[in-house]
Design a protein around this ligand. Sequence first.
Ligand code: URA
Length: 259
Amino acid sequence: MTMAVDWHLARALLEWQVELGVTDAILAEPVDRFARVEAASVPVVARQVAVAAVPEGPDPVAEAVRIAAAARDLPALAEALEAYPYCDLRRGARSCVFADGNPRARVMIVGEGPGADEDRLGKPFVGRAGQLLDLMFAAIGLDRASPDAENALYITNTVPWRPPANREPTRDELEMLKPFLLRHIALADPDLLVIVGNVACDALLGRRGILKLRGTWTEAAGRPAMPMMHPAYLLRNPAAKREAWADLLALKARLKGGG
Ligand code: URA
């Protein structure tokens, strides 16, 4: 049976969902939970047979390695990432947020993933946290809009699609998107990396604990890297800006040949 939904009914249904507390459309298609209940009531033996019958698809990580390695430049990588079919995050996002800024910049920033504003506008770090990020780096003379590589910034994220309801990316998602991130860094070839927040540290350093990691130079993707606190954390904890300022000064000193 198909139900004709007129504009007023559709609006009333939407308002009802908002009233119930729905904030995000998490999946592109509706889930038939009645069908799930029926499937769950099938005896275990029958379900095992059904699972075994599903043919194995390609390994998403191996595919990501192959596809990313084949990209010869940044536009080709952006195109390949947008077309990569194995990460479900793409199904709930409007944009594949690849990067912003000057790809010839000496400094490349790696954040976590797009939020609602980034998803809407298709650029990384354009919401409140992004505005703070811009102010922080402007304080040491770096600007994503600068055409001069010396003063420029190049900005990307660990995952290019907004996770539903801003949850953290899962381990599987991080694993399958990491080959793209590493290729992105290799093609942009910055002198220094700034790794912003725990998720980016997890992907590039295999470690979390940003409050301990921050402020100490390390190595990631074959180049010097500075872990820093995420600007969203600094918005919630303004007292931590003091340490963030020390990290920015360390970055500036390193760019000038010291540090
Ligand atoms: N937070 C991130 O880590 N990246 C963005 O692009 C926006 C917010």
